[in-house]
Write a new protein. Structure first.
Length: 652
């Protein structure tokens, strides 16, 4: 079998040499202009592990490096032996890429090889990447080695950053954490260290799920005055559960005075945490001021605080200032909370807003507000069944019914069977979003659908048969989970899609590394810089869609404060896709503020939707393709809210 694969590689190599054109020879893009790099790019796209491994000892360092990078996207553990050899290559850049590719597999069996590289390699850049990879592949013993490393010399900045990133990867990839790792991260918060190191250390504390930091609260409190906003915001999140009065006072000061809106958002989120001890009553005016902010992320996050912490008495204060709340999503969130405590007072107000609104996104927000009163299930069903409604309105109506179903008192509701009927009827809607939402609810054991459906999976199988693939792969995944639950089987692995969208070489050849794209939005202009050598298939797909005007008029349907803004969905609700899927493409890049990634439902399911990160989001690194970065226009990015549009997207 291997000999046949090698022969296929050789034949493909001869064919691509024979079809080189004048245009490709003049291309500024190395992957399209060089026949061997183009071969490696194709093998990566086809997930041809054996064929890539056959090239890993190529005499050219350029091609050995390209093979290692390709294997980082393939993520096949059968290639580890070849990667171990590349980890001992004479060229540091190849050892660095091999370390990255090994880390991408997440295989604990690689820990010993990475430890050797960390301890013995003389090149700082290799050691740094190997330390990060070690965190991705760590078991408890390997993590102890990683945490114990000492890089005290001033010139060892790359190694320190690699070590801290490795500790972060162990926490987020492997759920592994040691007290010695906490101590190391705490030491890296010192002001004499570079911004990048302090930000990564702060992310480490923010991402720890238990946030039990009582012994080191004082040290973390000091970091709330750090000079860099991305340190302050992560430390604010890390301290969200603290009972110290000094911490709560500092968080409130940040909400009112911090110059960086992202930090104010983080402090609001910390105050709104379920475990945060600060009650809403004494701070309602501070939250109210944020609720009336013109900055969408601040207003929405303040509204989320109200949703989580409001009670029957103090919600009246927020109802009293509702006319000053200009953000539609924030207003709907507050009105949903009013509906929860005072439905008779709020019903007519929300219905009136709904009738007057011509914005499908505002309509969707208001429908979910109405779902706080279970008596509105008939109204939600009406909006759900109207095929003429915008997809976002219909998905919001179903989400409202699911909201009712998730109530702790659902079993006692007189209309519970009607709600369940609407949810199961959505399976026959032929609408991918509604089917996915309904199947997701059925797959949840807490909802009791195994008993309600009497073990009958007919509706699920019928919905599955009508799905156009690969476009609706996300919906198929939800259906398979639901079928498994109803039949009492373990949840299946996500279906593997075959290779279905080859990279167009001619288009790739026309795209320069750093090619710029202008996105004119309703809030201003954004300029992307494309990265075709790191994500060739993703960039080619994006460029082709731009060239045909696909993105013109598309909305930003998802905005998560202090996280991402996402758009490009053909439906406008996040459930749309193309009739093809792309391969995930991973390179040693990081989700800094302004990184542009492709949305996916799992590995190798990317398509037309993309997102821009508001702030550094390192938990996305190596899991979502980065195909571009914002060159200019981050102020515009921070202004974008759900429903804003891409007026025009053009290549520069």
């Amino acid at each position: 079998m291997r000999s046949l694969l090698l022969f296929a590689v050789f034949c493909l190599f001869l064919s691509v040499i024979g079809c080189r054109t004048e245009a490709l020879q003049q291309s500024a893009n190395r992957l399209a202009a060089d026949d061997t790099l183009w071969l490696i790019t194709n093998l990566q796209d086809r997930r041809a592990t054996d064929s890539l491994v056959a090239l890993h000892q190529h005499p050219s360092a350029t091609y050995r490096e390209a093979v290692a990078l390709a294997l980082a996207s393939v993520q096949d553990t059968t290639a580890l032996s070849a990667l171990y050899r590349l980890l001992n290559d004479t060229e540091p850049r190849i050892r660095k890429m091999a370390a990255y590719a090994i880390g991408q597999t997440g295989s604990t069996q690689s820990a010993a090889h990475l430890i050797f590289a960390v301890q013995k390699d003389k090149a700082a850049e290799v050691t740094a990447v190997a330390a990060e990879a070690l965190g991705k592949c760590a078991d408890s013993a390997a993590l102890q080695v990683l945490a114990a490393l000492r890089y005290d010399a001033p010139e060892q900045a790359p190694q320190r950053y690699g070590q801290m990133t490795g500790l972060y990867r162990a926490l987020t990839w492997k759920r592994l954490r040691l007290p010695s790792g906490d101590s190391k991260a705490l030491s890296f918060l010192a002001s004499n260290y570079p911004d990048s190191l302090r930000i990564m250390a702060a992310n480490y504390f923010a991402r720890n799920p238990d946030k039990a930091y009582a012994p080191i609260t004082g040290e973390l409190l000091s970091a709330l005055t750090d000079s860099h906003p991305h340190v302050r915001l992560n430390i604010a999140l890390a301290l969200s559960n603290s009972t110290w009065a000094e911490v709560q006072q500092k968080l409130l000061q940040i909400i009112q005075k911090d110059a960086a809106y992202e930090v104010r958002v983080a402090a609001l989120r910390a105050i709104g945490s379920q475990k945060n001890p600060t009650p809403l009553e004494p701070i309602k005016e501070i939250i109210g001021q944020s609720l009336c902010s013109t900055q969408p992320s601040i207003a929405v996050t303040a509204a989320e605080v109200v949703c989580k912490k409001a009670e029957k008495v103090n919600i009246k204060y927020f109802y009293g200032i509702i006319d000053s709340v200009r953000n539609p999503r924030a207003r709907a969130l507050v009105m949903g909370t009013v509906m929860k405590f005072h439905p008779s007072s709020a019903q007519s107000f929300v219905e009136d807003l709904l009738k007057k609104s011509t914005d499908p996104y505002e309509q969707g927000f208001l429908l979910k507000a109405l779902a706080e009163d279970t008596k509105n299930n008939q109204l939600l069903a009406k909006y759900l069944s109207a095929d003429s409604n915008h997809p976002f309105v219909r998905t919001s109506a179903l989400e409202g019914l699911l909201q009712i179903q998730s109530r702790s008192d659902f079993a006692t509701l007189p209309d519970k069977d009607f709600v369940r009927q609407q949810i199961t009827a959505a399976l026959g809607s032929k609408d991918a979003a509604l089917i996915a939402l309904a199947a997701g609810a059925i797959a949840n054991p807490a909802n009791g659908y195994a008993q309600y459906l009497n073990g009958d999976t007919t509706l699920l199988h019928q919905a599955k048969q009508g799905l156009p693939l690969p476009r609706d792969i996300e919906t198929l995944i939800e259906i398979e989970k639901a079928i498994a639950h109803i039949t009492g089987r373990p949840a299946p692995k996500a279906p593997q899609l075959g290779w279905n969208h080859p990279i167009d070489r001619k288009t790739l050849a026309s795209i320069k590394q750093g090619q710029e794209v202008l996105i004119k939005t309703t809030q201003g202009d954004i300029v992307f810089r494309l990265l075709p050598e790191q994500a060739p298939g993703s960039v080619v797909s994006f460029v082709k869609l731009v060239q045909r005007g696909y993105y013109n008029g598309k909305t930003f349907h998802r905005v998560v404060p202090d996280f991402v803004v996402q758009g490009g969905c053909p439906r406008g609700d996040g459930y749309g896709s193309m009739d093809y899927t792309l391969r995930s493409e991973f390179a040693p890049l990081h989700y800094h503020a302004g990184a542009v990634g492709l949305a996916s439902a799992g590995k190798d399911t990317e398509s037309c939707q993309w997102f821009i990160s508001h702030i550094p989001t390192p938990h996305l690194d190596g899991r979502y393709t980065i195909f571009a970065e914002v060159k200019s226009g981050m102020k515009t990015v921070h202004k974008l809210d759900v429903g804003d549009k891409m007026l025009k997207v053009v290549l520069q």
